[in-house]
Design a protein around this ligand. Structure first.
Ligand SMILES: Cc1ncc(COP(=O)(O)OP(=O)(O)O)c(N)n1
Ligand SMILES: Cc1nc(C(=O)O)sc1CCOP(=O)(O)O
Ligand SMILES: [Mg+2]
Length: 228
């Protein structure tokens, strides 16, 4: 029997959390856009940025051609650059390249992180959807991902989802690997705390922010994220 085996589970949890917390930066907020970014959306994004710290913004558009996506995305990219918020494009390596984005988020069927690296270069932030799978996350890490995303932690109407990870997957990942992990799916200021405590490096949210007062939501997230 080793000394580790003799630790009771509570002490062992404490040791694991302590080890994670002293070497990882605080959890940060990652905003995912609504599908409609027309009208006053740029003003809403600016209001969100004014309300509290935001680390990253993902442009998540569906069903429009690339030319239109560039037209809609460019002012949002410029705003993110001005506020030093990472601008990430969902789904498309080509669109990320055309927009001069800071990175791309790839689902399991959206392309290979190695191709994204070759196209976007060494500084690009490449994220990969890993659902509830440790295996997919390790594969993404090996393929050069800069972050892995687990979800959907809670029910969401933003996207049809069929995976429901437990928060412990964040603890497992963050204890073993240095690559940051993102928690996504139905996350609100009211239910984010267990994910932050479990070890999420980023909380990604869409409807909790754009479904109401974006400034109030970002402020409320900031209070929860500071708790780790
Ligand atoms: C941060 C983050 N995590 C997961 C996803 C989901 O990506 P994907 O599975 O490709 O689904 P769509 O968002 O493309 O519908 C994401 N976009 N961002
Ligand atoms: C885009 C996305 N991906 C998910 C996944 O599980 O991979 S859940 C999700 C929706 C995120 O929006 P909201 O914060 O409104 O639930
Ligand atoms: Mg996708």
């Amino acid at each position: 029997m080793t000394d580790d085996d003799r630790l009771d589970p509570l002490e062992s949890d404490f040791a694991e959390q302590f080890t994670r917390d002293i070497r990882r930066p605080p959890c940060q907020l990652y905003l995912v856009s609504p599908l409609d970014v027309t009208g006053d959306f740029a003003a809403r994004l600016a209001r969100a940025f004014d309300a509290g710290p935001v680390a990253a913004f993902q442009l998540r558009l569906k069903g429009i051609d690339q030319h239109e996506a560039v037209r809609l995305g460019e002012p949002l990219r410029a705003l993110c650059a001005e506020r030093e918020v990472a601008f990430i494009v969902n789904d498309s390596i080509a669109l990320a390249k055309r927009l001069g984005a800071d990175g791309v988020h790839l689902g399991q069927d959206d392309g290979d992180p190695r191709e994204a690296r070759a196209e976007l270069g060494p500084a690009a932030q490449i994220g990969v959807t890993c659902h509830d799978s440790r295996h997919l996350a390790m594969e993404a890490g090996e393929a050069g991902a800069d972050y892995v995303a687990f979800g959907s932690f809670y029910p969401t109407t933003t996207k049809e989802v069929s995976h429901r990870p437990e928060p412990v997957i964040l603890s497992w990942w963050s204890t073993l690997f240095e690559i940051p992990c993102v928690a996504i799916g139905g996350i609100t200021p009211a239910n984010a705390a267990p994910l932050v405590k479990a070890g999420a490096d980023f909380i990604a949210a869409s409807s909790a922010v754009w479904g109401g007062d974006e400034a109030a939501a970002v402020k409320a997230f900031a209070a929860v994220l500071a708790e780790r």
